[in-house]
Structure formats: C-alpha cells, structure tokens
Ligand binder design. Structure first.
Ligand code: ADP
Ligand code: MG
Length: 315
C-alpha cells in the first residue's frame, strides 16, 4: 500500500498517525544505520507494577516503634517488616511523579499500607528520591543513592541481583541511615517491540537500548527483545542520554532515537532523527523530527517505510 502523505504547513502528516516535521525529515530517515530506543515506556509499556517487598534482616525493628505490630511471632514480624518497608517507600514516593513512584504508591494502597505525606521531598534524578516521613528520614533508589548518603547497599545485594535478573527494577529503601529493605517493580515488554527489533535487523539496521535502569535489568529486557548485549547502554543519567547518542554517532553512524520522556528530549535533538512516541511529553514531541501518534514501536518501521515510499514517488 502506498501511504498518503500531505503537506500541512511545515508538517507532513501521513496516514496511520505518523507525523513528519518537514520534508527534509523524510530524506533523513532513509539514511539511518542505527535505531536507539529508550527502554521504559518505549520498548516496554511503562505501566510498572509493584511486585516484591523484601525486608532486609538486621534493619529497623519490625514494629517501627508505633506499637501496633505484634513482634513475638516470626511470621507476624515478617509481615510487619514488609508493611514498614512499603509504607516508608510509598510515603517518600508520593512526592514523585516518576512512573516507578506511581507503581509503589498504588501497590501500597492496594495492600492497605499507610501512605503518609512526605516532608522536604527531594528528587535525585537518575538515582531516586528522599524525604522525611513520620517514621524517619528515608531514601528510596539505587545503590549509588545509598552510597552517596552513607548507606551500605551490600546486605541487599543477593536480593537485588535476583530481582534484576528477572528484568525487574529493584530499589533499596533506607530509614535513618539504615537499609531496611528492597522493593521491585516490573514492566512488560510491548508485543510489537520484539517484531520491530527483528525487522530492523532484517533491514540491516542495528538496534540499541538506552536506559537509566541498571545493567542487569537492561540486559534481561534486551535479551527478551533480541537486542545485542553489546548495544545496551544502562545506568545512563538523564543528562547523559544525548552524550550517549553523540557517542554512537561519533564515527559517522546516523541514528534514529526513539523516546517518550522529558529526559529524552536532548537525545532526540542530538540524533540524526528524533522520534517521539505518542504518549510522550510535549517537550519530547517538540524536540522530535517525527511524532508517532500511537504507543507502538512498530510505527518506527512505518515511518521508515513511508519515507522510502514517499521519496520513490517524488523522484
Ligand atoms: P529511565 O530510563 O527508566 O527513565 P531514570 O533515569 O528515571 O530511568 O531512573 C534511573 C534509575 O534511578 C531507576 O531505575 C531507579 O533505580 C532510580 N530512580 C529514579 N527515580 C526513582 C524514584 N522516584 N524512586 C526510586 N528510584 C528511582
Ligand atoms: Mg524514562
């Protein structure tokens, strides 16, 4: 089928919800060698769900000093510990807009765990969040966030690694400078992502995954999708995503960057072609050359096909 493309001002709007910002974009799409995907929300659905809450033994007392938990039976103590970990984490996260935060707060509410209002909330981009909670000063985030704040993440390392190998995003929870537990969320890979990666490879294009998530989780997801482990850029800070794209393009390689978040805007600009996916933020859409109206990675293929077909017609 020949896609219909029409000029509307400087925007070429093609059928099937692919918007090209200017005619030269069609030309640029054709010349690319690599497609770089943001992981969360682009290759995955981005609708994280809370999956695990694991107290770390030797942390804070199970009843947390509020006197409502029975602490004399092993099982009860275990449950009380879990609710403390989740309550502290959800209280801090209720100050955050991050998709991980929403998963944790929703998970706490579903489990009937108290979520209080945090005070002096602070976001540490790419690492996590901190705030004062009724239980104490709390941190939720990755290993670096803990180390930077004098909390040793090592007692939770086995738990973290197990969860990350399952492709989950595992986060550490600390209270008053002590590690109290690990919580994890899982995201699901979009059905069309795997087929899209395979078809891009068939067309001779390379695929790359770019994510702020940790190495192990990123590799588990890349393996599920058929992305070469050597092409996984993990633990990339939001401000470093554009640098990663520039690094990929340093040898003259031309990259399409596909992303959805605020974080992704500079990387979309840095790429030979920036593609924003539909549910993306306004900032991402403004920075992009192509906007996909739907939330479907296979529309990247559609953009490539449209640019090829349109240029053939013009010539
Ligand atoms: P993404 O590529 O998924 O957008 P981010 O740069 O937002 O990644 O976050 C990278 C990592 O920082 C997350 O995997 C998580 O470990 C940690 N992190 C970020 N925001 C939060 C948060 N609100 N709560 C806990 N951890 C967080
Ligand atoms: Mg993101």
């Amino acid at each position: 089928a020949t896609p219909a493309a029409t000029m509307v001002g400087s925007t070429i709007s093609a059928t099937n919800g692919v918007l090209f910002k200017g005619a030269d974009v069609l030309e640029r799409v054709r010349g690319v060698d690599v497609v770089v995907f943001d992981k969360t929300g682009t290759l995955t659905h981005g609708d994280m769900r809370l999956t695990d809450v694991e107290p770390v033994r030797g942390g804070v007392a199970a009843d947390g000093g509020d006197g409502d938990a029975a602490t004399d039976g092993g099982l009860v103590e275990q449950e009380a510990d879990e609710s403390l970990v989740l309550s502290v984490a959800a209280t801090v996260e209720s100050g955050s807009e991050h998709p991980l935060a929403k998963a944790i707060v929703d998970g706490a509410e579903d489990r009937g765990v108290d979520v209080d209002d945090p005070e002096n909330f602070e976001n540490v981009p790419g690492h996590g969040v901190r705030a004062e909670t009724p239980r104490g000063e709390a941190l939720v985030g990755n290993r670096k966030l803990m180390r930077d704040n004098g909390v040793d993440p090592d007692p939770a390392e086995d738990t973290m690694e197990r969860l990350e190998r399952e492709g989950k995003t595992a986060m550490l929870v600390a209270l008053d400078g002590e590690l109290i537990g690990v919580i994890a969320t899982a995201d699901t890979v979009r059905d069309s992502a795997k087929e899209t990666v395979a078809e891009l490879h068939d067309r001779g294009l390379e695929t790359v995954m770019l994510t702020g998530d940790n190495e192990r989780t990123a590799h588990a997801v890349a393996e599920e999708l058929g992305i070469d482990p050597e092409n996984v850029y993990a633990e990339v800070l939001p401000e470093d995503k554009a640098d990663a794209v520039e690094e990929i393009q340093a040898d003259g390689t031309r990259a399409i960057m596909v992303g959805d978040g605020v974080n992704d805007a500079p990387a979309l600009t840095a790429a030979h072609v920036g593609i924003a996916v539909g549910s993306g933020t306004d900032v991402a859409i403004e920075s992009a050359d192509v906007t996909l109206m739907r939330d479907d990675p296979s529309d990247v293929l559609k953009a490539i096909r449209i640019s090829e077909a349109t240029l053939q017609k013009v010539r």
